[in-house]
Design a protein. Structure first.
Length: 75
């Protein structure tokens, strides 16, 4: 009798600058718009996250997910 190895259907996503860039593209936001919605004074903050110069932490990830969930579905 052989046992089947169960695979986990949930694959952990790497939350990094590339993830933030894909989030912005998926939501249709420019760097300026994303910075404004996330509470940053300048788009430069978004550029630094996307380039890997600054790490994307859990708070930023959760804020992005909340913004995406509350955007009008027409985007």
């Amino acid at each position: 009798m052989t046992t089947k190895k169960k695979t986990n259907p949930v694959v952990a996503e790497t939350i990094d600058g590339a993830w933030l860039r894909r989030w912005r593209e998926r939501t249709g936001l420019t760097a300026d718009q994303a910075a404004e919605k996330l509470g940053f004074a300048h788009r430069n903050s978004i550029v630094k996250f996307e380039s890997g110069e600054r790490p994307v932490d859990k708070r930023l990830e959760l804020a992005c997910r909340w913004i995406e969930a509350t955007l009008p579905s027409s985007r």
